[in-house]
Design a protein around this ligand. Structure first.
Ligand code: HAM
Length: 422
């Protein structure tokens, strides 16, 4: 058996401490932002029945056909899948626990998603999303709220150069008309269709519009437009969303080719895109999915949501020079001698009782070498304890960012340190 060190699975990344500080800052900011709009947190399992994603995302989609980590539970034969996205699980949980009984819901979740894609910059096999779902709201105001809230988040995070693309997918009847026209259109060019398109021609022709194949672009550009099939209600809904966005000075571009890669959408769909991340430029995407609740077995209820890719957002922020914030540390506790070391552990706990952040030196060493570590720790001060200090129930306090060192009685130590941190 090989003895070489094991590596993480390709496309599944470790987030090391030098980067995790930025993640924590991002997560705190996002949480404040979500609370400012009244969204409540929900947490779903990472693993769901495979049938859930097939039914929600659609059997003839890239995600379900090619990208899911699906497996059979070796103990009971259940067909399970690592979640490739959160909307299906969120709707399943809402229905299972009857959360829509009497009240609409504004919900959010955060966490890992899994898709077996070809890894490259901005595209991973394990990635993180922050997802936002509103269930039970029928009007265009919730679509607009979600887009406006994204714009606010970009401002909070200092994210520049993202553009909003918008489209409407209409409702079931108009989609059916459009679907029929697409089939008739593509049937004329059977010899130009690639393998994916040929396979999808009758099962899901809308997906052909989503193709990345350069050889198909011209054909796709000339395909019948859904816009031409929309009924009056869907048009009115879309116009109302746009009117609200204009009131909020949110610039957008209507992209009739924006169809999204999951089948559950109808009416408003949107993507926030940047040109600064190469090919993986969509940092956030979503839209309305009024049919999904019924499709998963619930009483019909309108819904709308979006998810952002955390890795992509952080990559944008890092490009703009955003760095891992330093570890917030108030005290580095230096100690030497048997009495002193036992006393130091008590002092450290007492300081933490006073809400200070304390790193207790471990592993011995001379005062000099410990002080070197204290200097480079980023702490506001060092608290130094030798056996003499321990015997006198006092410590030496040394400010590390300027100021005189001196002896301090334990009773007033926390207060003195707090004065330094202000
Ligand atoms: P999605 O467009 O598949 O939508 O994913 C949303 C976002 O997740 C993308 O815009 C991107 O930023 C990020 N993302 C997707 N795949 C990867 C990947 N392989 N590596 C890194 N980031 C990735 C959904 O998942 C829907 N559930 C969104 C939604 C919520 N619609 C309604 N509610």
């Amino acid at each position: 058996m090989s003895n070489s060190p094991l590596q993480a699975v390709r496309g599944m990344n470790d987030i090391l401490p030098d980067e995790a500080g930025l993640w924590l800052w991002f997560e705190d900011t996002v949480r404040d932002w979500l609370e400012s709009y009244g969204y409540r947190n929900i947490r779903m399992p990472l693993v769901e029945p495979t049938a859930l994603f097939k039914r929600a995302i659609g059997e003839v989609t890239d995600i379900v056909e090619k990208e899911m980590y699906s497996f059979e539970d070796s103990l009971n034969g259940d067909h399970l899948t690592l979640r490739p996205e959160g909307t299906a699980s969120c709707v399943r949980a809402v229905l299972q626990h009857n959360l829509l009984y009497n009240a609409p819901q504004r919900l959010w979740y955060a966490g890992q998603m899994f898709r077996h894609e070809r890894p490259q910059k901005g595209r991973y096999r394990q990635f993180h999303q922050i997802g936002v779902e509103s269930l039970g709201f029928v009007g265009p105001d919730i679509d607009a709220e979600q887009i406006v809230m994204c714009a606010r988040l970009w401002r909070k995070l200092g994210i520049r150069d993202v553009a909003l693309q918008l489209n409407t997918l209409g409702d079931v009847a108009s989609r059916q008309r459009h679907r029929d026209k697409l089939i008739t259109y593509f049937e004329q060019y059977k010899d130009v269709l690639d393998a994916d398109a040929t396979r999808r021609l009758y099962s899901n022709p809308l997906r052909i519009l989503d193709t990345k194949n350069p050889a198909m672009q011209e054909l796709v550009a000339g395909a019948p437009k859904l816009m031409d099939e929309l009924d009056a209600e869907a048009i009115a809904h879309f116009e109302a969303v746009q009117a609200l966005l204009k009131r909020h000075d949110i610039a957008y571009e209507i992209n009739p080719r924006l169809v999204r890669g999951l089948d559950y959408y109808n009416r408003t769909v949107f993507e926030w895109v940047t040109t600064r991340l190469g090919a993986q430029g969509t940092i956030c995407a979503g839209g309305r999915y009024d049919g999904l609740v019924a499709q998963i077995g619930g009483k019909p209820a309108p819904a709308c949501g979006f998810a952002m890719g955390v890795e992509r957002l952080l990559a944008l922020m890092q490009e703009d020079g955003m760095q891992n914030p330093p570890m917030p540390l108030d005290v580095y506790l230096v100690h030497q001698g048997e009495q002193a070391s036992a006393f130091a552990t008590l002092v450290a706990e007492a300081l933490r009782d006073a809400d200070l952040r304390v790193l207790l030196h471990c592993g011995g060493g001379s005062f000099k070498s410990q002080m070197k570590k204290a200097d480079s720790s980023g702490a506001v001060c060092a608290v130094i304890i030798g056996d003499d200090e321990a015997a006198a129930n006092e410590v030496t306090l040394k400010p590390l960012r300027g100021g005189e060192q001196g002896k301090v009685a334990l009773a007033v130590l926390a207060q003195k340190i707090k004065a330094l941190t202000e």
